[in-house]
Design a protein around this ligand. Structure first.
Ligand SMILES: *Cc1c(COP(=O)(O)O)cnc(C)c1O
Length: 463
C-alpha cells in the first residue's frame, strides 16, 4: 500500500470521528421535530417484504450519504414501529416519557455517559443514587437502602432473586432453596427462577391477589417449608393492575425470616401518588423493590430501578472480580459501584434522564401525573359500564381496564384489534382473563383523552 492510499484511509477513519455539521443538522432536526409533535403518529405493524427491500444493500463495505440513510429510516422503518409513547397506544404497557427526560437522554448518549463505577463516573452515579434514595424514601424503605438502575424489570427481578437465593442458602444452610410466588406473578419471575435453578412454590391467589393468609396456608401445607427462603409479591399485575396484599405477605416473610421481594415494575410508580399509596401499604418492608421508570415514571427506555434494603447482601453476590477491576473495589466511604448490585458490568447511566426530569419538574408533578392516569382509567371504566353491549370485568385498581364485548368470540377481538390499528384509532390487543378472551386497555399516557376512549369503545358497537 502506497502512502497516498494510507492517507486516504486515515482520512476516512478521521471522518467518522469529526462532526459533519450537515449530518448533525439532519439528525437533530429530526429529533426536534419529533419532540415537538403534539401527538406522535401511532404507526403500524411492518411488512417484511417492504422492509427487506428498503434495507437491501444499505449496510455493506462502503458507506452511504447520511441523508439517504435517514430518509430510509424516516419513510420506511420508523412508520413500522408502533409508537408506544402515543396516547393511542393502549396495549401491553405503554410509555410516556417527559420531554425533559427525552432531551436528557440525548445528553447521556452524546456524552457517552456510563455509570459503572464510582472511580469512572462519580458524578453520574451520585445523581442516579439521589433518585434511588427518593424511590426508597417514598416506598418507606430505611435510609441506607440502595441499588442501581438496570435495563428492565426482568433484569431487576433476576438480579434481586439471585441475592435472595444466596442469602437464603446462607441463612438456612440448605442448597436447594425455593421461592414462593403468587399465581399471577410476572412471566419474568418464572424465567428468573428457571435461570437460577430454583423451583417455585406457587401460592394460589385469592381473587387474583397473593395474600399473607394464602402464603401462610401454602407454607403450612408444604412438606419442607424451611426451604422456602423468599417470596415475590407483585405491586400491580401487568394483566389487570392488581396489587398483592403487600402488608400481609411482608408480615409472613418477616416472621419466617424470608426475603421479601416486591415486583412493582408497573405499579410501583404508585409510591408517588396520593390515591395509590394506601393500596401499596407494606411495600416499605421489602428487602428488594423493583420499579420500571420506563413504564409509569415517564422515563425513556431502558430504565428499571432496583433498590435493596441492605445493599451489602447484593454487593457480595454481584461484585465481579478480575485483575484489572480490583482498582474499583476500594472501600473508601461514600463510594458506590452500580456494577456491584446486579448482573452487569458496563452500563449506560440510564437513571440520568429520570434524574434530570425529576429535578426540573419535582416529584409532586410525578404524583399528579400518576393520579391523572388512575383517574383516566376510572373514567374509562365508567364509560364501559354505560354501554349495554360491554361488561366491565372488574373495577380498575390502578390503570388497566379489562372488559368483554357481549357475544364476541376470540376472532372478533382479533379483528377489532386489527381494524383499530389499521384506522390508526388505537393500538389495543386482547388479553385472557380466567380462560376467556377479553379486551384490555392499559392507560399510562396522561395525554390519552376521553375522545380516544370514546372512539375505541364506539368501534365495539358493530359486531
Ligand atoms: C413489565 C413487567 C416486568 C418486566 O419488566 P421489563 O422492563 O419488561 O423487563 C416485570 N414485572 C412486572 C409486574 C411487569 O409489569
Amino acid at each position: 500500500m502506497g502512502p497516498a492510499t494510507r492517507d486516504e484511509g486515515d482520512d476516512a477513519v478521521g471522518d467518522m470521528f469529526r462532526l459533519d455539521e450537515d449530518m448533525a443538522d439532519l439528525v437533530l432536526e429530526y429529533c426536534r421535530a419529533r419532540l415537538a409533535l403534539e401527538e406522535v403518529p401511532l404507526d403500524r405493524p411492518g411488512e417484511r417484504a417492504a422492509l427487506d427491500e428498503a434495507l437491501d444493500g444499505i449496510v455493506g463495505r462502503g458507506g452511504n450519504d447520511a441523508s439517504h440513510v435517514l430518509r430510509i429510516f424516516e419513510t420506511v422503518l420508523a412508520p413500522a414501529v408502533i409508537s408506544c409513547d402515543s396516547p393511542r397506544f393502549l396495549a401491553f404497557i405503554p410509555a410516556a416519557p417527559t420531554k425533559a427526560a427525552l432531551l436528557f437522554d440525548m445528553v447521556v448518549s452524546s456524552a457517552s455517559l456510563q455509570g459503572i463505577s464510582w472511580l469512572e463516573a462519580a458524578g453520574a452515579v451520585a445523581a442516579e443514587n439521589q433518585v434511588l434514595a427518593l424511590l426508597a424514601r417514598l416506598a418507606g424503605m430505611p435510609g441506607g437502602s440502595g441499588g442501581c438502575f438496570v435495563s428492565g424489570g426482568s433484569a431487576a427481578n433476576l438480579s434481586a432473586l439471585a441475592v435472595a437465593r444466596d442469602r437464603g442458602r446462607e441463612c438456612t444452610g440448605h442448597e436447594r432453596v425455593r421461592v414462593a410466588v403468587g399465581e399471577e406473578a410476572h412471566s419474568s419471575v418464572a424465567s428468573a427462577l428457571h435461570l437460577l435453578g430454583i423451583r417455585p412454590l406457587v401460592v394460589p391467589c385469592v381473587d387474583h391477589r397473593l395474600t399473607g393468609a394464602a402464603l401462610r396456608d401454602a407454607l403450612g401445607r408444604d412438606e419442607s417449608p424451611g426451604d422456602v427462603v423468599a417470596v415475590v409479591a407483585t405491586a400491580g399485575t401487568t394483566n389487570a393492575g392488581i396489587v398483592d396484599d403487600l402488608a400481609g405477605v411482608g408480615a409472613v416473610a418477616g416472621e419466617r425470616g424470608m426475603w421479601f421481594h416486591v415486583d412493582g415494575a408497573y405499579g410501583g410508580a404508585g409510591i408517588f401518588s396520593e390515591s395509590l399509596r394506601p393500596l401499596l401499604a407494606g411495600i416499605g418492608r421489602a428487602d428488594s423493590f423493583v420499579v420500571d421508570p420506563h413504564k409509569w415514571l415517564f422515563a425513556p427506555f431502558d430504565c428499571a430501578a432496583l433498590v435493596y434494603r441492605e445493599p451489602e447482601h447484593a454487593r457480595r453476590v454481584h461484585t465481579q472480580h478480575a485483575g484489572y477491576l480490583e482498582v474499583l473495589h476500594g472501600d473508601a466511604p461514600g463510594t458506590w459501584n452500580p456494577s456491584d448490585y446486579a448482573f452487569h458490568l458496563t452500563r449506560r447511566a440510564r437513571g440520568l434522564p429520570l434524574w434530570f426530569s425529576l429535578a426540573v419538574h419535582g416529584s409532586d408533578a410525578y404524583g399528579r401525573a400518576v393520579d391523572a392516569v388512575v383517574e383516566r382509567a376510572r373514567r374509562a371504566a365508567a364509560m364501559v359500564r354505560s354501554r349495554p353491549w360491554l361488561e366491565l370485568v372488574r373495577e380498575p385498581e390502578t390503570s388497566i381496564v379489562l372488559f368483554r364485548r357481549l357475544g364476541w368470540e376470540p376472532q372478533d377481538y382479533a379483528r377489532w384489534s386489527e381494524r383499530l390499528v389499521d384506522e390508526q384509532v388505537a393500538f389495543v390487543v386482547p388479553s385472557r382473563w380466567e380462560g376467556e378472551t377479553v379486551a384490555r386497555l392499559a392507560f399510562l399516557h396522561p395525554g390519552t383523552t376521553d375522545e380516544v376512549v370514546e372512539e375505541v369503545l364506539a368501534s365495539t358497537s358493530t359486531p
